[in-house]
Each structure stands twice: as C-alpha cells, then as structure tokens.
Design a binder for this molecule. Structure first.
Ligand SMILES: [Zn+2]
Length: 66
C-alpha cells in the first residue's frame, strides 16, 4: 500500500517511517533536521520502538505547531 506525504499528497517510500516526502521534509524542517529525524524514526522502527507509523506526523505537527 503506497503512503502519501501528509503535506503535499505525493507518494512516500514504503521504507520510510514518516509520511513526509523529502521535498516537504526539507522545506519544513530543513535538510539537516529532517535527515536527523528520518534517521531517528527509522532506527526506532527497526528496533520495534515505534508501534504505529502514524505517530511520526503527530509528533512533527506538535513540534512545529502546524
Ligand atoms: Zn510532500
């Protein structure tokens, strides 16, 4: 099942734990920050800490006050 970016609706890679595409992620967070969060969430998912992939956008929205 293809997932969509929460900002622009573009398809997001299935191997990503966040539902945010590279373009929006870098625009909203900045390249460095987005890269760091991407790494963190992917690592957490790989370890099994991230129960739901839906948690990532909520976490970001709260952080960014969107
Ligand atoms: Zn997007």
């Amino acid at each position: 099942m293809a997932r969509k970016c929460v900002y622009c609706g573009r398809d997001v890679n299935d191997d990503r734990s966040m539902e945010i595409c590279d373009i929006c992620g870098e625009k909203v967070l900045g390249r460095k920050m987005f890269g760091a969060i991407k790494t963190q969430t992917d690592e957490a998912r790989d370890k099994g800490d991230l129960c739901s992939t839906n948690m990532a956008p909520d976490f970001l929205s709260e952080k960014l006050k969107i």
